[in-house]
Each structure stands twice: as structure tokens, then as C-alpha cells.
Design a protein around this ligand. Structure first.
Ligand code: FSO
Ligand code: SF4
Length: 563
């Protein structure tokens, strides 16, 4: 196997045996084959000029399942492959019947999907990173093509969330939806073709252009997700969330999928089961139509990377709704569930009917030791400073900028991970001057929100905008502030330090680059797929820089000078 799609990749270069995430070579192979099939489906849908609902979902969910720490269940990938292959055959037949030319399939795509797992794994080899990289002219180009693919996967994951909120037409229109699918199919077609041909003229420029196209698409998708969230769940408002010792019977919900929480809460309420949030689910408390449920209690634990240490102390059952799931261990292995694209071998899967999970929560009587002090933090967290809340006090913010009380706006956030080097972001935030505010988002916030950053202009200096997809909210805040100050976002004293981990973060980074936002610090480690030559290009074009670990003071000094 070879995989370098995430930040924790082995030695910064690639996982070649078992993944650092514990993905097995078999799962990795099945994922490679799944991606290739999903791209083939995109290619055919692109040529056909659209696709029916079944095909649309078959592109989103399997691609989401191949994101880091989402799905480790080989059986699920085997099923995705069967479904994808069946639809590919249908679309090819339809094109032929309609007299349309069927585009050549990527070279690595098997003519017929093999039946046994062993044969599938053999067929997966040409779809793997090593075989495909040999097809492409040089490693710079290959890395950019992969960046485009990872960004597209992240975007598909966000769009999966939006589509599954079922917020109806009020959130976004059918024509907006169709446009997004069209662009997904177009980009999928590009990736399917570029993997099956050798480099063409200006291939690197084209590939970088397609990366920015992914960024543009992701901006649209994050906006649609924002709209779907607020349509279904109301507009987020600031709220204080407590982290007390949870009370049984209880369910802990992790991941990004607020729609799942929305479906679970009333079912759990009927059975008097408490619900707690974990990780990226923290912003749930800021949505009025979730907060209204009295059984939505506090928040438990910190970021995803601590789950193996923290979940064993949760006195109930756990539901994983998206990334990032770690292989369950020890005492909580028999009381964790997955849903949607998430999966793990022998871990039960639930969808809309949560009765079995609720029943397990009711029956769970095992005594869970109250953790030693400090293992699980007991704090109060301020959340809910989305774009509506911040722009609700825009006059105060604008006044503070005009009076000189507020001189800088930092955006520090993204993902978190397990490495100690991520303290870069904690230290950077702690060192920011008192005349600045910090917008944070994603699970990267857990590196920051244990500290008191004080207040400015009547607002906390650290403003939690929401989940990583709420990077859209940060963009809206910046755009509206620029409008109020009669300048452009590029004139604002706005500084970005992006903590990346997986492919949703790649999509967000590409959105920031698409918006031409300059001088972003990226870390803690640079992606293995960005070669030194490509970094040079990105640095020249966008000022993108690696975070200087342990020298955040040097980075901060430069950021304050606008560099
Ligand atoms: Fe975090 Fe994981 Fe939201 Fe990522 S939970 S790391 S960018 O999946 O999606 O921020
Ligand atoms: Fe390695 Fe990340 Fe790939 Fe897992 S997802 S195999 S950790 S690069």
C-alpha cells in the first residue's frame, strides 16, 4: 500500500505498511479501487450531462468513506464497489443506446469487477498511488493531481452533510444543487482522465487551476451547508457549554453530522436518555433547534485524537457520525456505533432508527470510573460566534477597528491531531496581542479554548465560529467587515494559521487559496503531496508558508507586519 493523503502520514512521506491511522493495506487497496470507480462514474455522468439521485449519492458517500479515519470496514467498500460497478455498467449502456460515445475508462479500472476479495485486492494494485504515479510525468504534477483529488473528496464529504440535512428548498435550490453535482462530475472526469493519460502541455498549470476550481466549489458547498444547517436548526447564537461529569443513561455523539444529532435527540428524549457532544459536535449547542432539547446536556472530552483515552470514561454509548474515528479499543469497543459513511469491522451501524443504541444506553450499567482529575477537562466553553452572531455586533467591531482598539484579526484553526507540535497553534494564539481577536473553527479549537484570551470591545477575544466547514462563516465575517470599512478583504489586517489534518482541511485550504488570501501559515507538517517545487510555486503565488514550529514568535512578528 501507499497512502499520503493526511498530515500524520508516515515520516511525512507515505504509509506503506499499515497506516498510522491503522488502515490496513487491504482497506487501503479497496479504497483506491473505490475512488477509481467513483471517478469513472463522475466521468460518465459528466459526458451524459447529469445524473439521477442514486448516482449522485453513490459519488458522495463512497468518496466520503475514503477520507482519513472514516471507514475501516472492508465489507462496506466491497458493497460500494458492487453498487458503483453496477451503475457504471448502466450508464455505459445508456450512453451507447443513446448513440453517445463512451469515454475511455481509466487504464487501472478493471473491465469487470472481480468477485472475490482476493481478486479485488489484486485489481486494486494498478489503482494505487505507486502505480498511478508511474503514469504521470513527474512527482510535482502527481502531487498536485492528488491534492485536487483530496480536496474534491473533502468537498464531497461536506456536500454529503448538506444533502443529508434534508433542509428542503429553503436551504438551496435544485438548480444550485445541480450545478454543484455538475462541477463534481467535471472535476471527477478531469481526475479520471489525467490518471489514464500521460502529462500534456502545461499540465501542472492546469492541475493547479483545477485545485483552485475545487476551492471555488468548496466555498459554494460550505455556503450551502451553512444554509442547510440554519434552515433546519436555526441560526447559531453564543452560548456557554459545560463540561461536567456525564450522567447515565447517556449517549455521546461525535463527528460533524448535526442531522444525525437532530434525528437522535427526540428519540433519546422519549426514553429519558441524556445526549452529550464530542469533538466537532461541540457547535451543536449553539443551534436553537438542537438546544431546545433538554436532554442535550454538555460536552465531553476534547479533540478526536484523545478518544481512545477519553471514551472509556464515558458512562454510556458512543455514536460516530463522521471523521475522525480511531480504531476503538478496550472498554468502549462494545458500546460504540457508527452511522452514514463511517464504519468499522464488527461495530454496529445505525441510520434513522436509534432504538437499539438507545436501549444499549439504558442497559449500560457498567461502572465507569470517574477519571483522574485532569484526564477529562471540566470547563465552560463559549461557542456560537458564527457569522450571524459576529455580524450582529459588526458596528462594535467596526468601531473598534476605526478607533484602533482592534488592530488584527487572526484565523487560527482547522484540524487537530495527536502530535505535540500542534502546540504551535496554542502558543501562537496565546502570544497574539491584546488588540487582536482570534476566529477559531474546526477541532483545532481544542488547542486554543482551554485558555482565557480575555475580551475586546465587549466580545471574547477568542471567537468560536463553529465546525471546520464554518470556515465559510469566517470568510463572510471578513467580507462584511471589509464592506463596512469600504475596503477589500485583502486590505484587512487578517492573518491565517491553518492547522490541517485530513481532506476536508485540504478543501478548506484550496478555498482560501481560491479567494487569493495570502501568507497562510500551514502546519504542523506540510502535506507529503506538496513537493518542494510546488511549495515554491504556492509561496510565490499566495505567500503560503510552512508553520515555523517552536518559532511561532517569529511567524507572529511577520504576520503582524502583514508578511
Ligand atoms: Fe477535525 Fe477530523 Fe473538522 Fe477534520 S474532526 S480533523 S478537517 O475530520 O473535519 O476539523
Ligand atoms: Fe497514512 Fe493518513 Fe493514509 Fe492513514 S489516511 S494510511 S495515516 S496517510
Amino acid at each position: 500500500m501507499m497512502c499520503f493523503q493526511c498530515e500524520q502520514t508516515n515520516a511525512g512521506k507515505g504509509c506503506t505498511t499499515t497506516g498510522v491511522c491503522k488502515k490496513s493495506p487491504q482497506t487501503s487497496g479497496l479504497q483506491d479501487l473505490t475512488i477509481l470507480h467513483a471517478l469513472r462514474l463522475c466521468q460518465l455522468a459528466h459526458v451524459e450531462g447529469g445524473a439521477e439521485a442514486a448516482v449522485r449519492d453513490l459519488v458522495l458517500e463512497p468518496l466520503f468513506a475514503t477520507l482519513t479515519n472514516v471507514n475501516f470496514d472492508d465489507a462496506r467498500f466491497e458493497q460500494y464497489l458492487k453498487d458503483l460497478a453496477a451503475h457504471i455498467a448502466q450508464l455505459e449502456a445508456r450512453l451507447k443506446a443513446g448513440g453517445q460515445a463512451v469515454p475511455a475508462a481509466p487504464k487501472a479500472l478493471p473491465a469487470k469487477l472481480p468477485e472475490t476479495k482476493q481478486e479485488l485486492l489484486a485489481a486494486a494494485e494498478p489503482a494505487g498511488l505507486l502505480a498511478r504515479s508511474a503514469e504521470v510525468a513527474n512527482e510535482d504534477l502527481f502531487g498536485v493531481i492528488e491534492m485536487c483529488a483530496y480536496g474534491l473528496k473533502g468537498t464531497c464529504a461536506y456536500f454529503y452533510h448538506a444533502e443529508h440535512l434534508l433542509a428542503g428548498d429553503a436551504a438551496y435550490s435544485e438548480s444550485e444543487r445541480t450545478e454543484v453535482y455538475k462541477e463534481i462530475f467535471r472535476l471527477g472526469n478531469y481526475l479520471a482522465e489525467v490518471n489514464s493519460t500521460t502529462a500534456k502541455e502545461n499540465a501542472l498549470g492546469v492541475a493547479l487551476g483545477e485545485c483552485l476550481a475545487v476551492g471555488a466549489l468548496n466555498l459554494k458547498v460550505m455556503k450551502m451547508l451553512d444554509s442547510a444547517h440554519t434552515t433546519l436548526l436555526g441560526t447559531p447564537t453564543p452560548v456557554e457549554v459545560t463540561q461536567e461529569q456525564p450522567e447515565s443513561p447517556a449517549i455521546l455523539v461525535s463527528g460533524h453530522d448535526l442531522a444525525v444529532l437532530h434525528r437522535l435527540l427526540p428519540q433519546a428524549e422519549k426514553q429519558k436518555v441524556n445526549v452529550y457532544t464530542h469533538g466537532e459536535m461541540l457547535p451543536a449547542h449553539s443551534y436553537p433547534k438542537l438546544r431546545k432539547f433538554e436532554n442535550l446536556k454538555g460536552h465531553f472530552g476534547t479533540h478526536w485524537g484523545n478518544q481512545q483515552k477519553e471514551f472509556r470514561h464515558f458512562p454510556g454509548v458512543i455514536l460516530m457520525t463522521s471523521n475522525c474515528m480511531m480504531p476503538p479499543v478496550g472498554k468502549y469497543r462494545d458500546r460504540i456505533w457508527t452511522c452514514g459513511p463511517v464504519g468499522f469491522d464488527k461495530i454496529p451501524q445505525v441510520e434513522d432508527d436509534f432504538s437499539a443504541l438507545i436501549q444499549q444506553a439504558l442497559e449500560f450499567k457498567d461502572s465507569v470510573p470517574v477519571p483522574r482529575s485532569g484526564v477529562i477537562p471540566h470547563r465552560k466553553l463559549q461557542v456560537g460566534f458564527g457569522h450571524a452572531a459576529v455580524l450582529g455586533v459588526a458596528d462594535k467591531v467596526v468601531e473598534a477597528i476605526q478607533s484602533g482598539a482592534l488592530k488584527h484579526v487572526f484565523v487560527i484553526g482547522g484540524c487537530d491531531g495527536t502530535e505535540n507540535s500542534r502546540s504551535y497553534f496554542t502558543d501562537l494564539a496565546a502570544d497574539t496581542p491584546q488588540d487582536s481577536i482570534i476566529l477559531t473553527l474546526g477541532c483545532g479549537k481544542f488547542r486554543l479554548n482551554g485558555h482565557d484570551h480575555g475580551t475586546l470591545a465587549g466580545l471574547p477575544r477568542l471567537l468560536d465560529v463553529g465546525q471546520c466547514n464554518d470556515a465559510y462563516g469566517a470568510v463572510v465575517i471578513a467580507t462584511k467587515l471589509a464592506e463596512a470599512l469600504k475596503c477589500t478583504v485583502h486590505d484587512l489586517p487578517l492573518h491565517f494559521a491553518v492547522s490541517w489534518f485530513e481532506q476536508k482541511a485540504v478543501a478548506v485550504l484550496l478555498t482560501l487559496l481560491h479567494l487569493n488570501l495570502k501568507n497562510i501559515r500551514l502546519g504542523p507538517a506540510l502535506p507529503g503531496f506538496i513537493t518542494p517545487n510546488v511549495l515554491k510555486v504556492l509561496n510565490e503565488k499566495f505567500g503560503l508558508k510552512p508553520a515555523r514550529l517552536h518559532e511561532e514568535d517569529v511567524d507572529l512578528a511577520e504576520m503582524l507586519k502583514g508578511e
